[in-house]
Design a protein around this ligand. Structure first.
Ligand code: SF4
Ligand code: SF4
Length: 93
């Protein structure tokens, strides 16, 4: 999802390709298409598209992904989706 971005180069997302067993879960759960399968491994195709929701790390059974969820403005953006702009609140700044 190219239209919803925070700042380039600030995401806490980390990916250990060596640990990946190619299950494909991260490509299914990521709402922004950050991961793609390439052969039998996942690859980061759009790192700056990550909004730090944590879904990929939660669903990676081998711990190949780590991310600190809800930092930056990611939690605000997710709240606007869930609660609407009027009820969302930013707690990071
Ligand atoms: S969920 Fe984990 S093991 Fe599965 S493809 Fe993604 S990084 Fe690899
Ligand atoms: S933390 Fe969320 S947005 Fe970022 S790569 Fe994982 S599933 Fe995608």
């Amino acid at each position: 999802m190219e239209s919803l971005r925070y700042l380039p180069g600030v995401t806490t997302l980390q990916f250990n390709e060596d640990a990946c067993v190619g299950c494909g879960m991260c490509t299914k759960v990521c709402p922004h298409g950050v991961f793609a399968m390439e052969g039998r491994k996942a690859r980061l195709r759009d790192r700056d598209g990550c909004m730090e929701c944590g879904a990929c790390a939660t669903n990676c059974a081998v711990g190949a992904i780590s991310v600190t969820p809800g930092v930056g403005c990611a939690s605000y953006i997710i709240q606007t989706w869930l609660k609407g702009r009027e009820k969302a609140e930013c707690t990071c700044c």
